[in-house]
Design a binder for this molecule. Structure first.
Ligand code: AMP
Length: 178
């Protein structure tokens, strides 16, 4: 499978920057060209899960919504389960919820109460690390259940926002760093 792995520069070239989406001043990193390229998509999954083999991970957690795409594919590669962490109000069964601060106001992420077992070994995946609020809240949910976070992986990290401080208790891996 080694031949699948793209260089970070190839992923970076494929990631499309869309200025002023969804609002003025945001440089939106569009990962759909990576998904549309069979080699880059499969290769990004290899890189996000590098160092892990089937049997080492019980569940891969994807963060709503683009994180689902990468986490689900990673879960199949690792023969692990897939668990969605969703925005509040989307999951149908009983949930645990975690609030976190946005630039203006609060947001809430949720997970089903029975989605993970205490002691489960999990990887957390999202498409992009910006301020780190979302990943930190998702990690807090996982810890409240008593599961163990092996690593948090992102396709993209906006390192100038300093999010690693919020995640410094975990190994963090990002494939493309701006
Ligand atoms: P944060 O909680 O600030 O780290 O924001 C991370 C979440 O917001 C991720 O789920 C991303 O999908 C999304 N996000 C934040 N900034 C961007 C951006 N510039 N381009 C694309 N997605 C973004």
């Amino acid at each position: 499978m080694t031949d699948l792995r793209p260089a970070a520069s190839e992923l970076e070239q494929a990631i499309r920057n869309v200025p002023d989406f969804p609002k003025p001043g945001i440089q939106f990193k569009d990962i759909t060209p990576v998904l549309a390229d069979a080699r880059l998509f499969a290769g990004s999954i290899e890189l996000l899960t590098e160092g892990y083999k089937p049997g080492m991970v019980d569940a891969v957690i994807g963060i709503d919504a683009r994180g689902f795409i990468f986490a689900a594919a990673a879960a199949i590669n690792l023969k692990a389960g897939f668990v969605p962490v969703r925005k509040k109000g989307k999951l149908p069964f009983r949930t645990l919820e975690q609030d976190y601060a946005l630039e203006y106001g609060l947001a809430t992420v949720a997970v089903h109460v029975d989605a993970l077992k205490p002691g489960s070994r999990v990887l957390l995946i999202d498409d992009l690390l910006a301020t780190g609020g979302t990943a930190a809240a998702a990690s807090a949910l996982v810890e409240r259940i008593g599961a163990t976070i092996l690593q948090i992986s992102f396709l993209i990290e906006l390192s100038f926002l300093g999010a690693r401080n919020k995640l410094n208790r975990y190994p963090v891996r990002s494939l493309v760093v701006y």
